[in-house]
Design a protein around this ligand. Sequence first.
Ligand code: NAG
Ligand code: NAG
Ligand code: NAG
Ligand code: NAG
Ligand code: NAG
Ligand code: NAG
Ligand code: NAG
Length: 405
Amino acid sequence: MQLKTLALAATAVATAAAQFQNLPPGYTNRTKPRPFSTFGFNIIYQPDYHHNIIYPRIVELDCGVILATASLNTTPGVFPVFRSKDGGASWTWFSNITDQHNGLGMDAQPALGPVLPAAVGDWPAGTILASGNSWGNSSGFIDLYGSKDKGKTWQYISNVAKGAGLGGGLNLTGDTNGNHIFEPTIWYDNGTVGVFYSDERDPAHSQKLSHQVSTDLVNWGPVVDDVAFPRWSDRPGMTTVAYVPPLKQYILTHEYPGGESWNGENYPVHYRLSSSPWAFNNATSIPLSVNGRQAGSSPTVVWTPAGGPNGTIIVSDATYSDVFMNRFAGQPDMWEAHAIAQPDGYSRALHVMRHNPDHIMIMGAAHWPGADVPGAVRPLSVTVFSVEETLRRPPRDAYPVNRYW
Ligand SMILES: *[C@@H]1O[C@H](CO)[C@@H](O)[C@H](O)[C@H]1NC(C)=O
Ligand SMILES: *[C@@H]1O[C@H](CO)[C@@H](O)[C@H](O)[C@H]1NC(C)=O
Ligand SMILES: *[C@@H]1O[C@H](CO)[C@@H](O)[C@H](O)[C@H]1NC(C)=O
Ligand SMILES: *[C@@H]1O[C@H](CO)[C@@H](O)[C@H](O)[C@H]1NC(C)=O
Ligand SMILES: *[C@@H]1O[C@H](CO)[C@@H](O)[C@H](O)[C@H]1NC(C)=O
Ligand SMILES: *[C@@H]1O[C@H](CO)[C@@H](O)[C@H](O)[C@H]1NC(C)=O
Ligand SMILES: *[C@@H]1O[C@H](CO)[C@@H](O)[C@H](O)[C@H]1NC(C)=O
């Protein structure tokens, strides 16, 4: 999307819980979740008044430990890493991913995972990859980081891409071809690691989606287009990717400012299918809608084998608290919107639980761009829901609900 609220960074350390006015139902008297169960709206971390937390990401290690991170506006910015050993029921602040290379911070839009299934370059199987945007006044860097010790420490690996900086200022009202890069996502396929990101540097496009690949994590190939529309002002953004085995295809979700909007949605969610994760550019962007309501803004996607012979593709957006589910391998007219216990939020993270793919973890925090109502700082929170149980309930067609604050 656009720029994060870097200018709001404060120096106070996040400790005290904020005072709220309109509390969401169940906020004050939630019961403690049982380990490895399903549960709703479990609070991981509550920033104080001077901070906000937004844009969470999740990775699960082979041993079942879950790590989560998000963008926290400390000065300098760090990506806090929270750890759960019990399926998301309880969490501790375990480590931080810090900028070790640019003298800046880790300021926005973290990527976390995958865990390398095989060695790549000098980095052994089991390495957890991470990325994010490290932003200064004159440059912005999408760098790759790795952890060889299950997330306790993080080391700089290499720079993937460089874009414009913030110019000492912040412009939330628009960012038209400012040469920035945003929103990395890391993908592993057969010995190759790719980093997808939103890209304003091509003069032919206000913004397009690009990726670069590496087979040693040090040398990165040329910028390859994934979604680049012919109309200059179109701004596809925010790639996430999943593999859909029954189709033998990969799905890429993106928001699409400039795309057809028939219900006032300015960031309608679209998706593409391709037989290679490195070749989405010739695929068609399909709008994700249910009964004329379009999913909107900062989509994320996973596929789970649960839910039927085709498994289920699950997409989260920012406009609705509901998730969008498709048991027909992405067939455009077969999406259903289903209620879950997680409030809506900007770029919520989705994760299929390794021990039980019927269990989907969804994590959220602030709305764009950080604090919703003055004085109301939303926590980082997590829900685990059952695919089968959710699909048994009738779909409810994307009612825009759960705007608690
Ligand atoms: C807990 O929350 C529910 C629903 O929000 C409410 O009906 C109930 O009275 C609350 N219980 C206590 C002990 O606060
Ligand atoms: C992470 O960073 C925060 C903010 O800078 C700091 O207060 C905290 O001590 C750090 N935690 C760890 C585990 O490094
Ligand atoms: C970036 O620019 C802002 C506003 O001009 C200034 O306050 C800040 O010191 C600059 N930061 C660096 C690292 O130069
Ligand atoms: C912010 O961006 C908008 C749209 O591009 C532009 O009209 C406005 O002048 C910019 N504001 C600043 C302070 O640069
Ligand atoms: C995986 O990579 C190897 C080595 O580059 C190649 O020979 C093989 O064909 C690839 N397999 C698939 C399924 O792409
Ligand atoms: C897209 O199609 C064009 C024309 O057929 C071809 O030249 C190009 O290599 C294709 N790009 C990808 C990424 O498959
Ligand atoms: C699986 O998906 C395909 C492709 O959309 C569809 O034709 C088929 O009916 C689906 N099968 C089931 C059992 O849902």
